[in-house]
Design a protein around this ligand. Structure first.
Ligand SMILES: Nc1nc2c(ncn2[C@@H]2O[C@H](COP(=O)(O)OP(=O)(O)OP(=O)(O)O)[C@@H](O)[C@H]2O)c(=O)[nH]1
Ligand SMILES: [Zn+2]
Length: 356
């Protein structure tokens, strides 16, 4: 990745202020630019102030909790031998329950300023899905822009724009044909210098088309690679961070087909703040807005002041995240118990071996 200053990679006072004088003297900040099964790749300045990419083996975090493992967009402090020392506190985080049957937490990307929620004007368009993405972003106060693609395939895009504006009046909306590079200019205003933007949306909505269009305009040079393991450079198939020259950074999140909510109650309540405001007038403070008498939210639905769809989606996302929180916590405690069991078994076996 070509850059000159750490600020080109998104370094700012939020991260700098976390460092002690000693760290400033002995360590170097590196940003995680891509992530693979066996290694994370980071970019930063070496001890001589030269831009460099470094590949770190994932074994460094083998025993770390999910939240303590680096993800794309994270800032890592490395010592002058380029070994990882500390993961800096994140400004924001996108996460989900891992796809499929496994109940683990998965970090998607960190330190994002803006999220493009990409949807197209066809059968993919879904307000419920948009609200799922909004809730994940609102959990850590990430600014969102709804990007409606495939405008060229639709006779009247205003239907889609209006549907979003009615449900979420303060959300910024951009409509475009992503295959026309000049139309992508409208997105650039949201990618400020040193700011990081991520894209989320269903498969086929045009995320790669947008990233390719925006990055094609930026000449990409690749820095030297220094390996801290012997596995060599991996091709990027996972999440990765791209720098747009003269502008900010873009995070690609391919393969995010399923985004199950986890640990996002605050984000959901922010997304559906209209319901939260109505709820202040419910008779019971702990009203679940389902069957209670004196429920101001149900009254608003009855009088057509609040859309039934909105309330249904609010209930759906809240119960999904509660269910997932429970299964992730259960899995975690089982894993810990299993870890303790293996440790004890190892100790016992060593004890017996030393008696031989
Ligand atoms: N006509 C038209 N086609 C588009 C537009 N945006 C994307 N496409 C086409 O839609 C197809 C899918 O686009 P991608 O950019 O690969 O979609 P994606 O969101 O990256 O999909 P995944 O990689 O599966 O997550 C490609 O054939 C694009 O050329 C658009 O605005 N207009
Ligand atoms: Zn209520």
């Amino acid at each position: 990745m070509y850059f000159q200053h750490l600020s080109d990679l998104g370094w700012n006072n939020y991260f700098q202020s976390q460092l002690t004088f000693e760290q400033l003297d002995t360590q170097l900040p590196f940003r995680v630019i891509s992530q693979h099964r066996s290694q994370v790749e980071c970019a930063g300045l070496d001890k001589n102030g030269q831009p460099i990419d470094v590949a770190l083996g994932s074994h460094f975090w083998r025993n770390a909790d999910t939240y303590d493992r680096p993800t794309v967009g994270d800032w890592l402090m490395l010592d002058k031998q380029l070994q990882p020392q500390q993961l800096l506190e994140r400004k924001s985080l996108l996460k989900r329950k891992s796809a499929g049957q496994t109940s683990t937490l998965q970090l998607i990307a960190a330190n994002i300023d803006t999220l493009f929620i990409v949807t197209s004007c066809n059968e993919d368009f879904s307000l419920n899905r948009l609200e799922r993405y909004l809730s994940i972003a609102n959990e850590s106060a990430i600014h969102c822009v709804a990007v409606i693609t495939k405008a060229d395939l639709c006779s009247d895009t205003s239907v889609f724009v209006q549907a979003i504006a009615n449900a979420h009046p303060s959300l910024a909306i951009e409509t475009l044909n992503a295959t026309h590079t000049d139309e992508l200019d409208s997105l650039k205003q949201w990618i400020g210098v040193g700011q990081t933007t991520a894209l989320l949306g269903s498969s086929g909505v045009g995320k790669s088309t947008i990233i390719n269009g925006l990055t094609a305009a930026s000449a990409q040079k690749t820095g030297a690679i220094r390996e801290s393991d012997s596995k060599g450079r991996h091709t990027t198939t996972g999440r990765s961070l791209h720098r747009l020259s003269g502008s900010g950074l873009l995070i690609d999140t391919p393969g995010m087909r399923e985004l199950q909510m986890v640990d996002s109650e605050h984000g959901i309540k922010t997304t559906f703040h209209e319901i939260e405001i109505l709820a202040e007038n419910c008779r019971f403070k702990n009203c679940s807005h389902t069957t209670e008498p004196g429920c101001a939210v149900l009254q608003a639905v009855e009088s057509d002041e609040l859309e039934t769809r909105l309330l249904d989606n609010y209930h759906k996302l809240l119960s999904e995240q509660a269910r997932n929180n429970e299964s992730v916590a259960e899995r975690r405690s089982n894993d810990r118990a299993l870890g303790r069991f293996y440790k004890n078994a190892q100790k016992t076996s060593k004890k017996f071996k030393s008696r031989d």
